[in-house]
Design a protein around this ligand. Sequence first.
Ligand code: BGC
Length: 366
Amino acid sequence: MSTLSASGATAKPATTKISWGKTPDGEQVYLYTLTNKNGLEAAISTYGGAVVSLKVPDRDGKLADVVLGYDSLDGYVNDKSYFGAIIGRYANRIGHAEFTLDGKTYKLAKNNGENTLHGGIKGFNKAVWTAKEIRAKDGQALELTYLSKDGEEGFPGNLHVRVIYTLNDANELKIDYSATTDKNTVVNLTNHSYFNLSGAGSGDILGDILMIEADKFTPVDSGLIPTAELRDVAGTPFDFRKPTAIGARINEDNEQLKLAGGYDHNFVLRRKPGAPISLAARVVDPKRGRVLEVWTDQPGMQFYTGNFLDGSAHGKGGIAYTKRSAFCLETQHFPDSPNKPSFPSTELKPGERYHTTTIYKFSTEK
Ligand code: BGC
């Protein structure tokens, strides 16, 4: 594996900041661009903490932007697909938009049928985050903070959230999430980047070769809420333990694929015993040779094949983003954990600190 530089040139690692306009409420938004010495670039908006563009080289050193998104703030304000955003307070679904903690039932905002998806009607993806460039020993770093107030979208406790994006010279975009609370609550944070390794808007991702380090996944009901079963991937289209084209089995007559219109499932990640962080997935784009590895300390990862993209979202350059024109690999706790006692707990108590790290690492193959 090689860490390529764009056309072999050495860029000057830097962070720049520009004004990106105002939200309809008049809040000022900024766009920061982190550049590493190989010329990779990650642009991050303080609106939703979204990764707006991510330029990485292909096997010939040619840069392309590999994440879906919009050219301007407007797009993100109106967005319904969560392109690139930080997701919280609870990423993924909570069944029937409620959960019980310490004997008290909390009613949440319903924004996905009967359920809560990605934090509710106004999740962290619609918040304006406070940004600060910070010193990192291993790259260009940006700290984003946000206070999610007690009762926001129905969740208990004032939650102080901090997300640090670091772009290092090993061509890794590292995301460190942390949070503290003043009341018992539940937390599940992720990033919702939609990747197309040939470049955003350049067709479907069905030919990409995917490996997922998971022996089991969590099957869902018709509302895409896990049934609580951990099902073996062996012998199913969910077996990506050996690298397999994303599209090889996506249209098979499989109940789970039909319920979600493709892949939209949480995988139970294998952990390397003792290691702080493990490889969760590896994707190769045979067309341009770009390789993405996902490393995390989280127990799960939602693999979503953009089944609900229907061409109505017009992204960068006005291109319509169609079904399966990107994939998401959202590292996380399992969906609906607050209602599934058998799943790893997502509770956070006062005095504790939620902390988790995910790395998106780019390289190339011939
Ligand atoms: C979910 C999909 C949802 C998408 C965004 C994914 O994380 O799993 O079901 O449609 O986010 O809208």
